[in-house]
Structures are given as structure tokens and as C-alpha cells.
Write a protein that binds this ligand. Structure first.
Ligand code: NAD
Ligand code: MG
Length: 355
């Protein structure tokens, strides 16, 4: 029996994880946490809000599924890696904001990171058992979100309701807005850099509207391995929780003869500037990804509140990145200070750009 601690149990990933855990006799839900919704009785140990590492200390899990949204998931990521416990990571923001600190914690603790983000789970599976020197480059696919094909002018005045209507994935509100701005793919670029140790110039983003191919790894001999599947998060959740066993789950097999359309194109970085902002922040390194993430969280929350126009999300992120020099953070405390400062600066720019 694998003891699972599920953080973010009431969210989109959390609910699908509960389904996978319920259907797998080898998985036992030892602990569950949510941000604010009541979850009494869901697991032997439960916690609502507060410091999630207290729950993890008591739960003694074999694997932690971190499905909290945003920077709030960081302490649990660090705790898990530091304790040598397997980390099934959906909370990409923690790795984006604290990549070096998280990898140092992993080095000390020896825990494994099993990606839950679908593209990273796909890349992980294509890369498993391959010698690093044989890998040429990695391609992550993006659906393009609900606004694919639109010009900047077309994006002026789009509403939260329009942004929340994602064509292929059904997800929580923050990541759905990130998918509409393409910041989600920017965060995933940085996530992939830390997960797979690849330089940024070796990670490419392509738009693939049907979300069937999740990632492609190109090798030095001209071969490329792709990972395909219906857009269903139960697949990567199940893979991360049961690795290396690849347990059976209720997801139907891929029906190629039904007429799948596999179309690819380059992203439109003019209509969707967040992708280039994320790439620049990743390349700048130090705490630039932390600043990018913090400013994005502030701007997306303001957009969802109806205060900030859609196009101003990228503007808030860009202004915040320009204003903060992004110093080096040697530990969690210094990183949290940079995150707070970035939030303060981003709030100021948000107030300047409100409707
Ligand atoms: P969601 O908004 O549906 O759920 C978020 C969960 O986190 C909820 O259970 C909420 O109670 C909890 N939470 C929020 N703040 C918290 C806090 N301060 N402390 C403790 N718990 C807190 O979000 P989601 O779509 O399930 O996404 C979760 C994470 O997984 C995000 O980082 C997202 O980027 C990533 N992810 C999601 C999907 C998807 O399909 N939904 C795909 C890939 C990656
Ligand atoms: Mg993803």
C-alpha cells in the first residue's frame, strides 16, 4: 500500500486524484488538505488551510500529491523533497518560483519529482532511461487556449467568462486564465528547465489545438519520441502515483482511426506576450521566475475579480519584472521576501491599469 497525502483535494486535480486513488487498491489516502473548503472525513487526517507541512509531518506519506494552486504550495514541495518522499507535482508555481532551492532540497533529501503536469509527465516518460547526451531538444505543446488565432486588438475587452471557456482542458480558474494568456506555457517552460536540466534554447513551445500530443523529445540521431493521449489529467495523475507500475485506469484507449487531427504551429508571441516574458525571466535566472510568478498571480486574481483588463495581465508582469532587480535568494526566507516585494509592486501597477 502506498500512502498518499493529497494537498489541494477539493480542486480540479484533487478531485480527479481522489477518483484514481479510490479505483486503485494499491493506493491509500492517508491525508488530505484544502485551502478553505471543509473536508472532514475525506481522509484519516485532514487539514483546512494553515501550514500544510504540519499535516505532512503527521501523515508519514510515501507520496505527496501537491495540487495546491500558486506559490502557497511551496512549503509542501520543499518539505517533501527534503524528507526524501516522492513528490507528485502538479503545483508548477513552486518549482518555477523556487527552482534552485527545490533542487537543492531534493539533493539533500533524495526525494523524486514525478511530474503531474501533462506535458511534463509526457516528457518524463519519453526521457525515462535515456542517456542525457542522446537528447537534442524537448517540445512542449500548447492548446493555444480559448483565444488562439486572435490579434491583440481582438483581445481588448475579453471577459473572465470568455477566458474561462477552455477548449480542451477543464481546470481550476487560475491555470485556465494562464492558458488563455499562454503564461501557463511560460511557467511550464521554466518548470521543464528545472525538471529535466535542459537549457532554455533546447525547449521549444508549439501550438497544437487538439491537445493529443503532449510532448516530443528529439534525439541526436534524428529520432523523435512523442507522447499521445486524450487530454485527461487522470492519466498523468495515475502515472505519478503508481510509478513505475503504470496501473490500469478508466481512461479510454486512443482511437486514431476516429480521425484525430494533429496540427502544429508556432505560438503568436505578439498577441500572447506572456510566453516571451517567461522565457526571458527563465533565462535571466536568480529570482526573476519568482517575480514573474508573483506578478502573474496578482494580475490574474485582479482579472478574475473583474478589475484588470485581460491585456493588462502581461503589462503588470512586464512592469514588475522591469522594476525589481531579482536578487539571488539563498534560502526560502529570502525567496519569500522577494515574492512579497514582487506582489507589492505588482499591486501598484495593477491599480494603475484597472478599468
Ligand atoms: P483549483 O483551483 O481547482 O484547486 C486548487 C486547490 O488548492 C483547492 O483544493 C484549494 O482549496 C487549494 N488551495 C488553494 N490555496 C491554498 C492554500 N493557501 N493552502 C492550501 N490549499 C490551498 O486548481 P487546479 O486546477 O486543481 O490546479 C492545481 C495545481 O495544479 C496548479 O498549480 C495548476 O497549475 C496545476 N495543474 C492543474 C491542471 C488541471 O488540469 N487542473 C493541469 C496541470 C497542472
Ligand atoms: Mg500542462
Amino acid at each position: 500500500m502506498k500512502r498518499v497525502a493529497l494537498l489541494g483535494a477539493t480542486g480540479s486535480i484533487g478531485r480527479q486524484a481522489l477518483e484514481i486513488i479510490d479505483g486503485d487498491a494499491g493506493l491509500e489516502l492517508a491525508a488530505a488538505a484544502s485551502g478553505s473548503q471543509a473536508i472532514d472525513g475525506l481522509a484519516p487526517l485532514t487539514q483546512v488551510g494553515g501550514d500544510l507541512t504540519e499535516l505532512l509531518e503527521q501523515a508519514e506519506p510515501d507520496v505527496v500529491l501537491n495540487a495546491v494552486v500558486g506559490f502557497a504550495g511551496l512549503p509542501a514541495t520543499i518539505w517533501t523533497l527534503e524528507h526524501g518522499v516522492d513528490l507528485a507535482l502538479a503545483n508548477k508555481e513552486s518549482l518555477v518560483a523556487a527552482g534552485e532551492i527545490a533542487l537543492a532540497a531534493q539533493e539533500r533529501g533524495g526525494g523524486r519529482i514525478l511530474p503531474v503536469d501533462s506535458e511534463h509527465s509526457a516528457a518524463f516518460q519519453c526521457l525515462e532511461g535515456r542517456a542525457p547526451e542522446t537528447v537534442d531538444s524537448l517540445v512542449l505543446t500548447a492548446s493555444g487556449g480559448p483565444f488562439r488565432g486572435r490579434t491583440r486588438a481582438d483581445l481588448d475587452g475579453v471577459t473572465p467568462t470568455e477566458a474561462l471557456a477552455h477548449p480542451t482542458w477543464n481546470m481550476g480558474p487560475k491555470i485556465t486564465v494562464d492558458s488563455a494568456t499562454l503564461m501557463n506555457k511560460g511557467l511550464e517552460l521554466i518548470e521543464a528547465h528545472f525538471l529535466f536540466g535542459l537549457d532554455y534554447e533546447r525547449i521549444e513551445i508549439v501550438v497544437h489545438p487538439s491537445s493529443i500530443v503532449h510532448a516530443v523529445v528529439r534525439f541526436r540521431d534524428g529520432a523523435a519520441l512523442a507522447h499521445l493521449g486524450y487530454p485527461d489529467m487522470r492519466v498523468p495523475i495515475s502515472y505519478a502515483l503508481t510509478h513505475p507500475e503504470r496501473a490500469a485506469n478508466p481512461v479510454p484507449p486512443l482511437d486514431l482511426a476516429a480521425g484525430l487531427i494533429l496540427e502544429f504551429s508556432a505560438p503568436d508571441e505578439e498577441s500572447f506576450p506572456c510566453l516571451a516574458l517567461a522565457r526571458a525571466a527563465g533565462e535571466a535566472g536568480r529570482t526573476a521566475p519568482c517575480v514573474l510568478n508573483a506578478a502573474n498571480e496578482v494580475a490574474v486574481a485582479a482579472f478574475l475579480d473583474g478589475r484588470l483588463p485581460f491585456l493588462a495581465i502581461a503589462e503588470v508582469v512586464e512592469r514588475t519584472l522591469n522594476e525589481i532587480e531579482a536578487p539571488l535568494a539563498r534560502d526560502l526566507e529570502e525567496l519569500v521576501a522577494v515574492d512579497s516585494e514582487a506582489r507589492r509592486v505588482a499591486e501598484t501597477h495593477t491599480r494603475e491599469l484597472v478599468h
